[in-house]
Design a protein around this ligand. Structure first.
Ligand SMILES: O=C[C@H](O)[C@H](O)COP(=O)(O)O
Ligand SMILES: C=C(OP(=O)(O)O)C(=O)O
Length: 260
């Protein structure tokens, strides 16, 4: 018996600029792109490539939550402009992270899905604001969040009227020292059973290690995930963030071939 706000198998559409709509729950969501938007050329090259291999949503951070204030913080508004231009050029719908409610209007003009990152999973003010929008929200699991806390965060969005929520399992912190986080795959069927919400997996942040992204993507889809979010970069070694977990183009192609 569910003890939360969600009682149906939630299905909704994501508008694509110039192509067919994605029906969330029917189509597999393949979100791919760089961790951070670094330049128009970098994003366009990546977008064209991932689209040609079957990605249906482009990811890219304009506002970056970083552990250190000395790390690259994202191109911010300029990043949103680049995202808008690349979306127009490629026809791919886009997802980007909202870190501050003051950026909501600007971000909503461009982004087809609002990403709430793990660090803000329990930022209740932010959750309440996105709950007032008529736009899909992807809610990443907090770094140390229990499943109950994560569902509670989703309810904060839903009580405002927005039930277009995609959950994203991105690994949680444990004592394991071989991966950046520990991928909790049981969360996939649990979220589906308890909420009926779609759930995707981010194997890039869950592992932090490039060679683990493919096996964990396959495992996520085998566990029933509604999609994956994968970081891809034209030159991961020189990426301004998360290079170690970003796939080279040929690795993304190999991954897509293996999940077809
Ligand atoms: O995807 C992005 C995050 O901004 C990134 O993983 C943060 O990494 P950091 O905490 O090492 O800066
Ligand atoms: C910051 C990100 O991930 P997370 O919130 O899972 O750390 C991201 O996907 O850009």
């Amino acid at each position: 018996m569910k003890k939360n706000l969600f009682n149906e198998d939630l299905k909704f559409e994501i508008n694509i600029c110039d192509e067919k709509k994605i029906i969330v729950k029917e189509d597999k969501l393949i979100m791919a792109g760089p961790c951070a938007i670094e330049s128009y050329e970098q994003l366009l090259e990546t977008a064209k490539f991932v689209k040609s291999k079957g990605a249906n949503i482009l990811r890219g951070g304009a506002y970056k939550p970083r552990t250190s204030p000395n790390s690259f913080q994202g191109l911010k508004e300029e990043g949103l402009e680049i995202l808008k231009a690349v979306k127009k050029e490629t026809g791919l719908p886009v997802i980007t992270e909202l870190m501050d409610a003051r950026e909501l209007d600007k971000l909503c003009e461009v982004s087809d899905i609002i990403q709430i990152g793990s660090r803000n999973m329990q930022n209740f003010t932010l959750l309440t604001e996105v709950g007032k929008q008529n736009k899909p929200v992807m809610l990443k699991r907090g770094i140390s969040a229990s499943i109950s806390e994560w569902i509670g965060a989703a309810e904060y969005i839903a009580v405002g009227g927005n039930q277009k929520i995609i959950m994203c399992e991105r690994g949680i912190r444990t004592y394991n020292d071989y991966t950046r986080n520990t991928l909790d795959l049981a969360a996939v069927p649990i979220i589906q059973k308890e909420t009926g919400l779609p759930i995707i997996v981010d194997p890039s942040h869950a592992t932090g290690v490039r060679y683990l992204v493919k096996p964990m993507s396959i495992a996520s889809l085998a566990a029933g995930a509604d999609g994956i979010m994968v970081e891809v970069h034209p030159d991961p070694v020189n990426a301004l963030s998360d290079g170690m977990q970003s796939l080279h183009f040929d690795e993304f192609e190999d991954l897509m071939n293996s999940i077809k």
